[in-house]
Design a protein around this ligand. Sequence first.
Ligand code: PRP
Ligand code: GLN
Ligand code: MG
Length: 501
Amino acid sequence: MCGIVGIVGKSSVNQSLYDALTVLQHRGQDAAGIVTCHDGRLFLRKDNGLVRDVFQQRHMQRLVGNMGIGHVRYPTAGSSSSAEAQPFYVNSPYGITLAHNGNLTNVDQLNKEIYESDLRHVNTNSDSEVLLNVFAHELAVQGKLQPTEEEVFAAVSKVHERCRGGYAVVAMITGYGIVGFRDPNAIRPIVFGQRHTESGVEYMIASESVALDVLGFTLIRDLAPGEAIYITSAGELFTRQCSDHPRYSPCIFEHVYLARSDSFMDGVSVYKARLRMGEKLAEKILREYSDHDIDVIIPIPDTSRTAAMELATRLGVKFREGFVKNRYIGRTFIMPGQAARKKSVRQKLNAIPLEFKGKNVMLVDDSIVRGTTCKQIIQMARDAGARKVYFCSAAPAVRYPNVYGIDMPSVHELIAHNRTTEEVAQLIGADWLLYQDLQDLIDSVAGPKVKIKEFDCAVFDGQYVTGDVDEVYLNRIEQARNDASKAKTNAVSAIIDLYNS
Ligand SMILES: O=P(O)(O)OC[C@H]1O[C@H](OP(=O)(O)OP(=O)(O)O)[C@H](O)[C@@H]1O
Ligand SMILES: NC(=O)CC[C@H](N)C(=O)O
Ligand SMILES: [Mg+2]
């Protein structure tokens, strides 16, 4: 779940791209990058780190031009090396740069084709570089000196035929314009919007609508599954359905955890979806623990707050802030290794004993994945004097890997894999544990006025919407991407790129 952005503006876009990336920072903390285009030349700056650390004034000054794209990275393929920071670049045809959110599931096949048939070179282990080369090849075979929307959309159609997995993409064709496209199952999110200026209309493509809001753009809409958008450098906008078999099945985990709650995704207010998650949890508690003795409900900052608040309201139980979060420490779950994740929980959250002493507390989190957070938090609640600690997850048990852009490749790292709710409760040290039912989660997101009724729920039910994910594939990515192997691949880094310093 990286963050992507692309802007075709009427004046310099460097500051707007930077600002948009800071708004999307919650989608990726490992690396950040921007490439702009001016007078047929590209200007790139990318590196490991947060947006505020990667871009100094001298970098910003070099990023000239009225169009550009940007990326914040949370690696799900390859390594965390700065060589895999995005946007990626290929020089032929036209000079194309690309930023990608998602994960391809047929990278091995594509790599073979790229090398043996397309005669192209890929220099990293990143699936995004593979995707870029497929797109570049398909645009090259259109054979036009000056590509129009027809060639661009034909190339995207070919990408859909060749690539499997989840992908939301922005790509810039040097001198010509910016393309955005979404995989045929719409697994990863992508929206576009416009802003009126004295010099004319500016367009932005982004992962989440909140980036548009903050920069004064109005949301036009989400891209449909398989759809592409092309905005020329002169500001003409074209959209086209580029897939023969589009199927609207967005990732439900965006609503649970990944997205900011002030975003709208596929017509759904993430905030409202989280409120409804709290409502459904309250109904389940009243069904299963009607004689509960909960004194206070305490959220685990940040993401669970919305659901926890509504849960407390519906139960008529006090809602209290029992943990204070250090605002300078990032999101734990998207940190690259278990050691860093473990350490960050204690650094980030501290209990207020007053809210725990002698009380039966219910702690609420949006999800339990590896159990890194809840295990430590429950212990902290007990150390702070809680009499009983109940735990509630606004999502169902996460039992299966994610292969579409969330780095959960290994079943053995998932605390609920092959375990009952009672076993997980015991392991995390809760007096009892309650998970949301999957149907209740789906109903929370597909609220009464929402058109989409189908979601990618693979992490909860093991059903992979692309239909190509089998035991063999899962075993392979588990070997390649468990914490121990990641530590090894991170050592490898070779940078062949545009001038970038
Ligand atoms: O079971 P785990 O493997 O610990 O993963 C789940 C936890 O990680 C996330 O929090 P995170 O700190 O990443 O971000 P937040 O501040 O948005 O809640 C999520 O909100 C849960 O708290
Ligand atoms: N989280 C993502 O969307 C990751 C994008 C891409 N697979 C990478 O690893 O860079
Ligand atoms: Mg959290």
